[in-house]
Ligand binder design. Structure first.
Ligand code: UD1
Length: 431
């Protein structure tokens, strides 16, 4: 298994091109199941989760073609992929495939909407809490589906098609909102979603669906209205930049010091998180090319945060922010409200010398002047990258084991960091 070796202490200086957002690319790819025409997605990141979803879609009958480079493409440009679901040959998403990628459960919505039936394994994905699918199933039931759970599979049927309805989420859910958007777009009649997720990735999916002919109003607010249509057509859409990747590198610079342009990132994608980073002492400016993040010496100020749905502080940046706080001059409190058990990075950060105490859904981080490199283990996607950030600022060498978690969500992580002066190397190993 590959490992990543990091020798800490170098500030980061230079340019990091921000890739297309994994969390937008995945639902957009799934939306290709809604039409018999070609959906072309640009700026798709090269990630293990994207490849895994391509395998899952292929199993349903989706053909895909990756376009080659074009004149003028940046060397790091994302991929352009055409998805074509002319015929859906299989409405079953098997355990072997779905268990490796939680978001693939969302195929249930387009399969049901287009084919009137779907059989999808209950999901797996990151080990961060129980992550139920009750709200996603509620969506499908509100739109007229009959749902049964049998031997680890959800069987959903709507023989005469889905019909519009009112969906009122008891809890804000990104996946639930994606599911509702896709299902309602092909339902008979109108649907109202209340307490919808407002994440930029939801807006990106809605924008693409509108290009495909869907009638959607209000995406980006907590109230979305959808008027179902009989069929959807092909479209071309560019995946929005990855705000979590951008925020991760911003945390890294805030910790190591230096000056980095996060090409393609915008302030609007990370409203609260950037303000928090400013409070820690980082300087962040929006430029026409992206966000410029710098910190030149000076203390890292401790700041308390609480994760919340967009536009609040993203849970997907909680671990990275905790890494930064381990070097703050003082104590900070980090409260996680979205996922239980999302503190698995705590014990690994402690191996680098961090002082963190858990109190229910909060972590109390006592900042220390120095961290020291050590062998650590990646546990989930965001936790792994928090270890990388801490290692970049630690004295000496850190070896991060189980880096396949990183490959699920961070494109060319080592290359991007090395280009900014970090001492990072992937040690490839067979087996
Ligand atoms: C998505 C993101 C993930 C991010 C999360 C929250 C993708 C591929 N993943 O995950 O990176 O951390 O949003 O921003 O986009 N819940 C239920 N029942 C359900 C569904 C969700 O109780 O049926 C709960 C979850 O356990 C969690 C909360 O709702 O406590 C929010 O989860 P949700 O927004 O649905 O997360 P995902 O869409 O799975």
């Amino acid at each position: 298994m590959d490992r990543i070796r990091i020798v800490g202490g170098n500030p980061l200086n230079g340019l990091i091109p921000v890739s297309g957002a994994k969390n937008a690319a995945l639902p957009l790819m799934i939306a290709s199941l809604l039409t018999a025409e070609t959906l072309t997605l640009e700026n798709v990141p090269r990630l293990a989760d994207v490849s895994q979803l391509m395998r899952i879609l292929g199993n349903h009958g989706v053909d895909y073609r990756i376009e080659g480079k074009r004149i003028g493409d940046a060397p790091y440009a994302g991929q352009t992929i055409q998805f074509h679901a002319a015929d859906i040959v299989d409405t079953t998403a098997p355990y072997e495939l779905v268990s490796r990628l939680r978001a693939s459960f969302w195929v249930i919505a387009p399969l049901l909407a287009r084919m009137g039936e779907a059989k999808v394994s209950l999901p797996g994905g990151c080990a961060i809490g129980t992550r139920p699918v009750d709200l996603l199933l509620m969506v499908l039931e509100k739109l007229g589906a009959e749902i049964e759970i049998d031997s680890g599979y959800v069987l959903a049927k709507a023989r005469r098609g889905l019909r519009g309805g009112e969906i009122d989420f008891a809890k804000v859910t990104v996946g639930g909102t994606h599911t509702a958007l896709m299902a309602a777009s092909l339902a008979h009649g109108s649907t109202l979603i209340k307490n919808a997720a407002r994440e930029p990735e939801v807006v990106d999916l809605a924008d693409c669906l509108v290009k495909m002919g869907a009638k959607i109003k209000g995406a980006g607010t907590s109230r979305i209205e959808i008027e179902g249509v009989g069929s959807l057509q092909g479209a071309r859409h560019t995946v929005l930049p990855d705000r979590i990747e951008a925020g991760t590198y911003a945390c890294a610079v805030a910790m190591t010091g230096g000056d980095v342009l996060l090409e393609g990132a915008t302030e609007a994608l990370l409203p609260v998180a950037l303000d928090v980073l400013r409070q820690t002492g980082a300087r962040i400016e929006e430029t026409p090319k992206g966000l410029r993040v710098s910190r030149n010496g000076g203390a890292i100020n401790p700041v308390d945060i609480t994760t919340a749905p967009f536009p609040g502080f993203p849970t997907d940046l909680q671990a990275q922010f905790m890494a930064l706080m381990t070097r703050a001059e003082g104590t900070s409190r980090i409260t996680e409200t979205i996922f239980e058990n999302r503190f698995m990075h705590v014990q690994e950060l402690a191996r680098l010398g961090a002082r963190i105490r858990l109190e229910g859904d909060a972590a109390i981080v006592e900042g220390r002047p120095v961290l020291k490199g050590a062998p650590v283990m990646a546990t989930d996607l965001r936790a792994s990258v928090s270890l990388v950030i801490a290692a970049l600022a630690a004295e000496g060498e850190t070896l991060v084991h189980r880096v396949y978690h990183l490959d699920r969500g961070f494109e060319r992580l080592e290359e991007k960091l090395v280009a900014c002066g970090a001492d990072v190397e992937r040690l490839r190993e067979a087996g």
